[in-house]
Design a protein around this ligand. Structure first.
Ligand code: AGP
Length: 612
């Protein structure tokens, strides 16, 4: 998804901007560009493809001579118009005075464009952002901050933006509505970004703008933050707790592999200080609920997208099994379009790694409109969903850079398990059952380490199956969402068509596709449902499908049902679901590497999907 970095200070801006763009690459993009303000002149360079292309262009055309110390830059993920140089940001207004970078979507851009065209404005791109730039220009009468306020009053949609104006060469303006903007406060310099990862190299002191905030910055720092009525607002300076190392590959070939291997530590961080072994419960102070309030909750609504949706599905099992709470999982994208019923005493939970997913955010707002208490389960601290939800629990998984979500999934599952434990203890879960669950949670990191030791075996199996164009993943019970997640991971990073199916559903249609070129990966761990899945595996073998099983270490009879086996340590069902997911992440990773795919930035995908 698009990324913004902007700089004002006393160093050459282009260097800092290009470095910032590299930090934003993980979000996914298809073109990049930057503007620097050189002695009251706007200079812009843009290019299609990787930031490296832009860097080459900058080095070629400016020959490292640019000393300009104010600039804005952008990575674009196409929404309006193809990924071309003309559509890449920054966009400049017709008079050549204002340059803008913009994330989000201006919904009424066509109407605005027609009005501007009628006044003689000419456009060079298909983008809504160029329209916004010219709209600001239309209102410009010598005060850029005033022009921004006036223009934004006419805008419907979302924006995170940064802009400069050649008539005011010492000012940087940024604004936010529905798309994150963060200000980094450095020593004699100020940065603006859409994502903290672009800032941490320069400063840990940040301000998260709220929706409708506009910020004006000069070379001394922030001069004003105000809202759309020009009323000053005050925003706290916060300390970012990541360092640059946490946002880099740490010696692994890919961020995805690093993040897979980080899972024992990430999971430990999700339960450190949150388990009460004495009482057999979870603490989770972010929920901020009294036992009475918890008892009053009689239904759970969960919404999320993609991988987070699969975590939500496991959460549904947990809430039903451990807390006896009726639960519904919702595609966040569908939630507000089907007029959902939110009853009194319903707890809604929004799950999102990034905390910026537009569909999930829309579902949060819909649930809130209907009076629900919405809890956020997010990874990115200070993200929009984290801030807009009434209460919640952070994952503490650390930055997830690879587009394919790995540690976010397993930590989401862990947080949901702790939530179910806490609610369970207010309902029918006994103290000893609670203590048992605490111990299981605590054992997970070590068991994941055992799975990671299987990496070489998993790689061998992956290499054997790398050439197949289709794969089915089947599971039952807790292993059903894991099958869906395993299939999603394989298709998104290796571009192999993979389907996750409930094992029993196979015979209701998809079995027609099975033949010797369609392997089936069956999740046959020794937990509830194993006996039934053996029957389903037999059905697949009878259609000549090669069968790969995940099975519990020591369950040797499973060898006779499979062509290949991935062994998973013995564990309770919720923990087995996490362990099996880790094994499937490795399987997808090795296949994608063998197929020479761009593992960390798969084609067409973005890390946080901030459009509906
Ligand atoms: C995961 O591998 C995906 N790339 C994607 O499905 C992701 O989980 C989804 O877009 C939701 O993102 P979120 O957790 O940041 O809301």
């Amino acid at each position: 998804m698009c990324g913004i970095i902007a700089y004002i200070g006393n160093k050459p801006a282009h260097d800092i901007l290009i470095t910032g763009l590299h930090r934003l690459e993980y979000r996914g993009y298809d073109s990049a560009g930057l503007t620097v303000m050189d002695d009251k002149k706007i200079q812009t360079l843009r290019s299609v493809g990787k930031v490296a292309n832009l860097r080459n262009k900058v080095e070629g055309e400016w020959k490292d001579n640019s000393k300009a110390s104010l600039g804005i830059a952008h990575t674009r993920w196409a929404t309006h118009g193809l990924p071309t140089e003309e559509n890449a940001h920054p966009h400049t207004d017709m008079k050549g005075k204002i340059s803008i970078v913009h994330n989000g979507i201006i919904e009424n851009y066509k109407q605005l464009k027609s009005k501007l065209e009628a006044k003689g404005y000419k456009f060079h791109s298909e983008t809504d952002s160029e329209v916004l730039c010219n709209l600001i220009s239309e209102f410009y009468q010598g005060d850029i901050e005033e022009a921004v306020v006036q223009a934004l009053k006419h805008v419907e949609g979302t924006y995170g933006l940064a802009l400069v104006c050649s008539d005011e060469p010492d000012r940087l303006i940024a604004a936010r509505k529905g798309s994150p903007i963060i200000i980094g406060i450095g020593n004699g310099e100020t940065l603006v970004a859409s994502d903290v990862s672009a800032l941490v190299q320069y400063t840990k002191q940040v301000i998260y703008l709220d929706d409708n905030d506009i910020v004006c910055i000069n070379r001394e720092g922030i001069t004003d933050i105000f809202d759309m009525t020009k009323t000053p607002v005050s925003r706290d300076v916060q300390e970012v707790d990541w360092d640059l190392g946490a946002a880099e590959k740490g010696g692994y070939d890919h961020y995805m592999l690093k993040e897979i291997f980080e899972q024992p530590e990430a999971i430990t961080n999700t339960f450190r200080g949150r388990l009460n072994y004495e009482e057999g419960t979870a603490i989770l102070s972010g929920l901020n609920l009294t036992p009475k309030e918890m008892v009053d909750i009689n239904r759970v609504l969960v919404f999320a997208c993609g991988t987070s949706l699969h975590a939500a599905m496991l959460g549904q099992y947990f809430f039903e099994d451990f807390a006896q709470l009726p639960s519904n999982v919702n595609h966040a994208a569908e939630f507000r379009y089907r007029n959902p019923i939110v009853e009194r005493n319903t707890m809604a939970i929004a799950i999102s790694q990034s905390g910026e997913t537009a569909d999930t955010l829309a579902a949060v707002r819909e649930a809130q409109r209907k009076g629900a208490n919405v809890f956020g389960v997010c990874n990115v601290v200070g993200s929009t969903i984290a801030r807009e939800t009434d209460r919640g629990v952070y994952l503490h998984a650390g930055p997830e850079i690879s587009v394919a979500s790995t540690k976010a999934f397993t930590t989401q599952v862990m947080v949901l398990l702790q939530m179910a434990l806490k609610f369970g203890r207010c309902h029918r879960l006994s103290r000893s059952e609670g203590v048992k669950l605490c111990r299981e949670i605590e054992s997970t990191p070590e068991l994941i380490r055992e799975v990671l030791k299987e990496a070489e075996n998993i790689k061998k199996i992956a290499l054997k199956y790398k050439g197949f164009d289709n794969t089915f993943y089947i599971g039952r019970g807790y292993m059903y969402p894991v099958a869906l997640e395993g299939a999603l991971k394989l298709k998104e990073i290796s571009y192999i068509h993979a389907e996750g199916y409930h094992a029993a559903e196979l015979k209701h249609g998809p079995i027609a596709l099975l033949e010797e070129n369609v392997p089936v990966l069956a999740l046959a761990n020794d937990i509830d449902g194993k006996d039934k899945i053996i029957g389903n595996v037999e059905e697949c073998k009878a259609r000549k499908s090669p069968v790969i099983l995940t099975a519990t270490k020591g369950d040797d009879e499973m060898k006779s049902y499979s062509d290949d086996i991935i062994w998973i340590p013995k564990a309770s069902a919720p923990v087995a679901a996490i362990l099996t997911t880790v094994a499937l992440q490795l399987y997808s990773y090795y296949i994608a590497v063998a197929r020479e795919c761009n593992v960390d930035q798969p084609r067409n995908l973005a890390k946080s999907v901030t459009v509906e």
